[in-house]
Design a protein around this ligand. Structure first.
Ligand code: AHG
Ligand code: MN
Ligand code: MN
Length: 334
């Protein structure tokens, strides 16, 4: 037996990281552990989505006479539940909730962080067995401890994130998370039920050959975006064009593939929806944080995503995100 081969679990890794900071309270490690637990529960349901009646519309009743919750509401409740019962999170905001939700109990009111998430990204893909995911974002609360968290704790610019990450429920289930110190990827080992380190210190390639965009909207995009997409299709590129087009329709899976292989993902504004479809707080900011820590870039076409001051919880934003070199090519088209 090779005793030197060390499999590092997510929990071991976060505790190890904490040891490097003698004054750390362990709250962030504990929050990541809570998220890992909820992710495992959601993973179980995602895996059997084809077998059970969990795809039905919320509010309908299944054969056992129980209320059927859509998988995205189920996921929302799992993440909300673990964070409420944990010791690190004062409250959450979620794509599935109209308003932010302060936990408002003595432990939560004294904890350091707030968490925002898109419980199931790509939920339109669930019933066709295509990869989907969860995206999360963590900020230090800005209001004083001792009272319920408030809306301003959630309306912070993305550059102030303490950590951000996502889980992809795909051919394997992976959790990727970033702090300022780096991006690390963990793959769920179903035989032991643990996320184990599989992608240490992820850096995204400076150039890739993949561009991801909904081509169906092409004629609705503004001129610079059309110009860039057309450039992606040209053969005379010095860096290996024409590029390959890949678009899953689950942003988290598209962004994950491009992070690993190098590429650019775009959800531009359209004539009908000038701010596009994606939400700044639940989708754009966490992915922008991860990509920047990994060496990539993210903008809304005008400014760095992480510098946008949010004004409302559910605000939308165009998103261009990916390898630095490709992002610079795009910026050259504006
Ligand atoms: P959600 O399932 O959380 O509502 O997000 C779906 C998003 C995103 O994941 C994906 O990239 C995009 O919608 C796809 O939209 P189009 O079908 O308009 O391209
Ligand atoms: Mn989403
Ligand atoms: Mn969603």
């Amino acid at each position: 037996m090779n005793v030197d081969h060390k499999v590092q679990t997510l929990d071991e890794f976060t505790i190890q990281q904490m040891r490097d900071f003698p004054h750390a309270t362990g709250e962030l490690s504990s929050l990541l552990r809570d998220i890992g637990l909820a992710a495992k529960r959601v993973n179980v349901e995602v895996n059997k989505a084809g077998l059970v009646d969990i795809l039905g519309d919320a509010g309908t009743v299944n054969v056992q006479g129980e209320d059927v919750k859509k998988l995205d509401i189920y996921a929302n409740n799992q993440f909300m539940g673990v964070l409420k019962h944990g010791i690190s999170c004062g409250g959450i905001a979620s794509e599935e909730l109209d308003d932010f939700f302060p936990f408002d109990d003595p432990v939560s009111n004294n904890s350091k962080y707030v968490c925002l998430f898109d419980p199931l990204d790509g939920s339109g893909n669930i019933d066709t067995n295509v990869s989907i995911g969860t995206i999360f974002s963590v900020y230090r609360r800005v209001t004083p401890k001792g009272a319920p968290v408030q809306e301003i704790d959630f309306l912070q610019p993305g550059r102030d994130q303490v950590a951000a990450g996502y889980i992809v429920y795909g051919s394997s289930t992976m959790l990727v998370y970033a702090t300022r110190r780096g991006v690390n990827g963990f793959t769920l080992d179903p035989s032991i039920g643990e996320f184990t380190m599989s992608h240490p210190t992820i850096r995204t390639p400076e150039f890739g050959r993949i561009y991801s965009v909904n081509h169906g909207n092409f004629f609705q995009y503004e001129e610079p975006v059309k110009r860039y997409i057309t450039n992606c299709q040209k053969k005379d590129k010095t860096n290996g064009g024409p590029y390959t087009q890949r678009y899953i329709g689950s942003m988290v899976a598209d962004v994950h593939r491009n992070l690993i292989k190098g590429g650019i993902f775009m959800y531009p504004g359209t004539l009908e929806k000038p701010k596009g479809k994606l939400r700044l707080l639940y989708e754009c900011n966490p992915c922008a944080f991860i990509l920047e820590v990994a060496g990539g870039k993210a903008t809304d076409g005008k400014q760095r995503i992480l510098d946008v001051q949010p004004t409302e919880l559910h605000q939308r934003s165009p998103l261009f995100i990916g390898s630095k070199g490709m992002m610079e090519e795009l910026e050259g088209c504006f």
